[in-house]
Design a protein around this ligand. Structure first.
Ligand code: ZN
Ligand code: ZN
Ligand code: ZN
Length: 551
């Protein structure tokens, strides 16, 4: 809330809800009510706790109480007091949250931290951590039963909660903290451990304790968490038996809207089936007979659904920093990757932005993961489904090679039929930062590489619909890693790009050369002819976006 609470802002700029709120707020003699709220929130400079009235403001001056305010006003007041937090609330650590370092006069709605990047196992993702909001002013819950009943649906309906249940004490504190509004709890992420980075087993000690806590939690969820809508669970498991035992008490869990489960940072297909079945079960997929009458839908609607499924999916094999919307990379996805190049999370897999639940290379499942995955299952449904899906997949995505080796590209292309190539409209060659793979070319001479490129271009001429194909070449340069090699590399690239002249007839040809910007126009003219001289620059290019184009 940017406007100070004691001044009436310009009414012309407000929507009707806000206008009603400020009028009412002003009537409440806000200077007094503001002080009282701050005192209740424990943020006042004086430590007086002499107020014993049951409402948020001084009743001697007005008859309207907090309870009479419209919901939008209540939400604003709660947000200002610090009870509504846009960041994930870690219930386990909330009680030890330190806010000494903060500026006490800053509104409790502010948080100076944004989402932070975290790499775990094969994935890198943005998570909601290390927030510096002040501690929740839970003292406000003790004002009165009436106020608490009013606050509960807002507090538990808007805030997102994460909790670690590693011990009985954690579970007890969790219960104490939420029991008064448990029926209203909407967002919950649970980390079941076990602690010390162990895997859960069918064994006594902490393993049995975790199972006991979990059974109690499931009982509680079934009986009381009737508003639960977004739920995710993390538990370290590597045995199928253990997974079966863990998910069995979830049989009677309430149905939620979005769910995600994470068992292991390494991939285990059998365990993943359990995770998937659990998530589907949680979102209400509880009978085998559920079918959707897709084929009875009008054709236009069918195609819209296929577009949702097959295009503009974030490809986890592209680095997070690349501008890569709608790009499908052509690469060997089964190849071992170093942790230096983790997969990029789609950002939609965690209902609470607590961690990554994407499916590849780990044992996890999320009902909301939007990562690109192979379209083959759609191609196998039926002949007509295949034709529609294939047409959309190949014609509407931009396919990109991520390496510079034409022989490797040829090997990848061998698995795709010519009829599919004919539908491809956008193809991109991304040459990675040159210092990463200089070693790959040292044993070959330049002529040999250029010859391989000629073979690849001939393949494109013969198998693609060249008149409808737009080709883009993005060279990321050397970033001056080895300055003395730049002239040699530029000379090689110029030679290579001139040889693309045998692809004349392309619908479009664009080039970006990080180390040789002045040659871009010449390279494009070699393929497109004089037609491309006066055309405007593109506003956006794959992998580089728009940031370097005007440099
Ligand atoms: Zn925060
Ligand atoms: Zn993810
Ligand atoms: Zn994903």
């Amino acid at each position: 809330m940017e406007t100070p609470p004691h001044s009436l802002p310009e009414m012309d700029n407000l929507d009707p809800d806000e206008e009603a709120f400020w009028l009412l707020y002003h009537q409440l003699n806000p200077l007094d009510s503001y002080k009282v709220i701050l005192k209740r929130a424990g943020r006042s400079s004086s430590d007086s706790d002499s107020e014993t009235d049951t409402t948020f403001y001084d009743t001697s001056q007005s008859k309207i109480t907090f309870l009479d305010l419209p919901v939008v006003a209540k939400k604003r007041i709660l947000a200002y007091a610090g009870l509504l937090r846009p960041c994930l609330i870690d219930v386990t650590y909330e009680r030890v949250r330190v806010d000494n370092l903060r500026d006490k006069t800053a509104p409790a709605t502010n948080c100076t931290r944004s989402l932070m990047r975290e790499t775990r196992g094969s994935w890198t993702t943005l998570v909601d951590r290390a927030c510096d909001h002040p501690r929740l002013p839970v003292e406000l819950f003790h004002v009165s039963h009436a106020v608490r009943d009013e606050i509960a649906p807002i507090f538990f309906g808007i805030n997102r909660f994460s909790v670690m249940l590693y011990s009985k004490l954690h579970f007890k504190r969790f219960c104490n903290g939420i029991m008064w509004g448990i029926e209203r709890l909407k967002y919950l992420h649970i980390d079941l451990g076990p602690r010390d980075n162990r895997f859960l087993k069918l064994a006594p000690g902490i393993h049995r304790m975790v199972f006991n806590i979990w059974e109690e939690f499931c009982q509680l969820a079934t009986e009381r968490m009737l508003s639960l809508t977004y739920f995710s669970l993390k538990c370290r498991i590597r045995d199928l038996e253990v997974a079966h035992k863990l998910v069995s008490p979830m049989d009677i869990f309430p149905i939620v809207c979005q769910s995600a489960v994470h068992f292991n940072q390494l991939r285990d297909d059998d365990l993943r089936i359990v995770a998937r079945r659990t998530c589907r079960w949680l979102v209400g997929d509880r009978t085998k007979e559920i079918t959707f009458p897709y084929l009875y839908l009008p054709k236009e609607v069918q195609l819209l659904i296929l577009e949702q499924l097959l295009i503009k999916r974030p490809d986890p094999y592209i680095a997070a920093t690349d501008c890569s919307k709608g790009i499908v990379t052509l690469q060997d996805r089964g190849r071992q990757r170093t942790t230096l190049f983790p997969l990029t999370c789609c950002g939609t897999c965690s209902p609470l932005q607590a961690m990554c639940f994407c499916h590849a290379r780990q044992t996890a499942y999320s009902t909301t993961c939007s990562c690109f995955s192979s379209p083959t299952p759609y191609f196998l449904v039926s002949r007509s489904f295949y034709e529609d899906a294939r047409q959309i997949f190949f014609s509407k995505n931009n396919f990109a090679f991520m390496e510079e080796d034409p022989e490797h590209m040829m090997r990848l292309l061998l698995h795709i039929p010519t009829s599919s190539f004919m539908q491809i409209r956008h193809l991109t060659f991304k040459f990675p930062l040159a210092f990463r793979n200089t070693g790959r070319f040292t044993h070959r001479n330049e002529d040999y590489t250029l010859l391989s490129w000629a073979v690849l271009r001939r393949f494109i001429r013969e198998h693609f619909d060249v008149s409808r194909l737009s080709l883009t070449i993005v060279d990321c340069g050397t970033k001056n890693h080895i300055p003395q090699s730049v002239p040699y590399r530029n000379r090689y690239l110029r030679k290579l790009l001139r040889s693309f002249a045998d692809l004349r007839g392309l619908r479009d040809f664009r080039v970006y050369l990080a180390d040789d910007r002045i040659f871009e126009k010449d390279a494009e003219r070699a393929v497109m002819g004089p037609a491309c001289i006066d055309r405007p620059k593109p506003s956006h290019m794959p992998f580089i976006g728009s940031k370097h184009l005007n440099a």
